[in-house]
Each structure stands twice: as C-alpha cells, then as structure tokens.
Write a protein that binds this ligand. Structure first.
Ligand code: ADP
Ligand code: MG
Length: 338
C-alpha cells in the first residue's frame, strides 16, 4: 500500500519509475505490474510462489535479481519489517553501489532490533521503558525460571515482544502468570530473542524525523488504539483506531518529544526518515522512546507523511525531499577516501 501510494503521488515529470516487487518467498518481480502480482489473492505467508505461478502476468518476469536494478539512479525501498527495514536489502543496494532512500545497513539494523536499540538509547540518556531480554533457549529449557525472573523484576501487566519484527506481530500483553507463560512462548515463535517490559499505562505519541546530518522533527501525533493496546487488529483490521494530529498534549511535552526524536534518530545512525514512537505515561507524564521505525507506514494517510503535511510539507514534496536526501548521502559516500 505504501508503494502504491508513492507511485500515485510521485512527480512523473521529474521521475521515471520502475517498479520492482519481492515476494515473501524472496523472488524478485520486474516488468508488467509487480504491485498487482504481489497483491493477487493467495499471497498469504509462504504461499507466494504458488500464487505467482497463477497470477503473474506473462510480461512480468520472475527472477532472483532483476536486471532493471542496474539501470536505476536511486531506489526507494517501501518494505516494512524484516528483510526490508532491517539492513538486509540496504546491504544489497550498497553492494550494487545504488543510492537508496532511508537509513543504511547499520542504522536499519540497529533500529530494527528492539534490544540493541534500547541499549544505545539508554546509553545516550534517552528514557526507555526497562526491559529484560529472554532467549528462546531459556524459554524452552526452563519456562518456570524465566517466569520467576520476570516476576521478581516487574509487576503485571507485562508485554512480551520479539526483538526483531513489527506490526505488533508476536506482541502480547500478559496480566498474570498464566498469561505470561503463553505470551513468552508466543513471542518466541517469531524470534530467538524476546523482550519483556513492564506495561506502561500510556498514550502513544509519534514524531516524524527527516534529514541526514541535520535531521528535523515534525509536530507530534497521537495514536488512539481501538483496543486494549495497539495490536495487529487495532493497526490494520478494525479501522477504528484514531490519529490525532497534532497530538493534544502540552506544548512542553511536544517539544520534549521532538527533541528526543532527533536525539534517538542520531543515536541509532538513522538517515533520511524515521518515525520515533513514544509512550507517554498517563500517571506521571513521563515520556519514553518505545521504538524507531526506519521505513514507517508510508501511504498518503499514514502517520509519517501526515505529520509532515501538518508541519507544512506535502506528500509529493516529501517524496522529492527523501530522494534528494538519498542522493546527498550517496554523494557524501563517494567522497570517502576508500
Ligand atoms: N511497555 C509497554 N507498555 C505499554 N504498551 C506497550 C508496551 N510495549 C508495547 N506496547 C503496546 O504494543 C504496541 C506494539 O509494540 P511495539 O513495541 O511498538 O512493537 P511493534 O514494532 O510490533 O510495533 C505498542 O504500540 C503499544 O500499544
Ligand atoms: Mg510499534
């Protein structure tokens, strides 16, 4: 949806767009209509290749790496989550010496890993919710010991989440011991490293950051989840969660969020764009950086672009600016001695 939205809004007088798709099975699609091929019915997890045999138009070739890549001036990765937002695709583009929008290999990987990201943020004095890192092997070997360790440290409710994922997949809120045992197993299905955090009764505030060496922050927005927390259903299924722009918070809190957002962006070596998500404690007003998304939802009605629109930068101008930032980064890299 992000790619479709960018395609609709990008300045066609200025850019000649080549669409390249990657299926869940890791096959690259070029020519024809990769967007159609990717969204064809049957594109559930794991079913990609079967679906493609049926739905790929004859003009769409299926290859491991399309030769179209070699003819591009700049790539705009609109790939959310692992294998798109975590530095892997960025590494491939580095090898191909192709400029691309957004964070590099390091920044992407750091921001994607919730444990490493929090360690770095904490080292910079940026407030984060306390957490414990649990390995899948510990959960398998002695679940009771893990539960005891968590209970000794945090009060319920607690959240369990895979270190590397997104979209709230595998994120579980546990209200008691029984739920915690289920939650740990659930989160561990998605990653071999799982974070456990005390639940904060919080409002969810988000700030868009844009730039390379001199990043700037948008006005903050607020997410009002339709459910107990901002889980997968509240994000994508029930269409009932609200976006408040600007966030109805004190001016002072908004300023703190914007300052922290830029600090976090720098701490994780981000580039181009990132959406910095906060938890604002309803009780004492404390603000925590929850996570940083280096390829945030990017449709015209997603939080990231809407925050810029509210800050005076329209969607198509934002796309233009991001591409300019990608080229700027490449030019800087080309200035390296080696
Ligand atoms: N420590 C926490 N306290 C309260 N709510 C949390 C906490 N951690 C996560 N959540 C809730 O779970 C949602 C998803 O968690 P998050 O860490 O943002 O993972 P994801 O990368 O999947 O979005 C958040 O938007 C929030 O609603
Ligand atoms: Mg999140």
């Amino acid at each position: 949806m992000s790619a479709r939205s960018v395609l609709a809004a990008i300045d066609k007088n200025k850019y000649d767009v080549t669409l390249i798709g990657i299926t869940r099975a890791g096959r690259w699609l070029a020519g024809g209509d990769p967007l159609m091929a990717l969204t064809a019915p049957g594109q559930e997890p794991g079913s990609a290749s079967a679906a493609l045999e049926v739905h790929v138009a004859s003009s769409t070739s299926v290859q491991h790496l399309p030769e179209e890549l070699g003819a591009l001036d700049v790539v705009f990765p609109l790939l959310h989550g692992p294998y798109g937002e975590d530095g892997t695709v960025q590494g491939l583009l580095e090898l191909a010496d192709l400029p691309y929008v957004g964070s590099g290999v390091l920044g992407s990987a750091l921001a994607m890993d919730k444990d490493i990201a929090k360690r770095l943020l904490r080292a910079e004095g940026i407030p984060v919710v306390d957490w414990d890192l649990v390995r899948r092997a510990e959960i398998v070997a002695d679940l009771e010991a893990v539960v005891a360790r968590v209970e000794a440290r945090f009060a319920y409710p607690v959240f369990t989440k895979p270190a590397n994922l997104g979209s709230s997949v595998g994120v579980v809120k546990a209200h008691d011991r029984a739920e915690l045992t289920v939650a740990l197993r659930e989160s561990a299905q998605y990653d071999r490293r799982v974070l456990v955090e005390p639940g904060v009764d919080a409002r969810e505030i988000e700030v868009s950051v844009l730039g390379n060496d001199d990043p700037v922050a948008s006005v903050p927005g607020e997410i009002v989840p339709s459910r107990e927390f901002y889980d997968y259903a509240a994000k994508y299924l029930d269409d009932a969660s609200g976006l408040l722009i600007p966030a109805p918070i004190a001016a002072e809190t908004a300023e703190t969020a914007r300052t922290l957002a830029v600090k976090a962006f720098r701490a994780l070596e981000c580039a181009g764009l990132a959406r910095v998500d906060f938890l604002l404690d309803r009780g004492n007003g404390n603000l925590f950086v929850n996570e940083i998304n280096t390829i945030p939802g990017f449709t015209a009605i997603s939080m990231y672009p809407k925050l810029w629109a509210a800050s005076g930068l329209e969607y198509s101008e934002l796309i233009d600016r991001l591409i300019a930032l990608a080229l700027e980064r490449q030019a800087e890299k080309n200035g390296n001695a080696l």
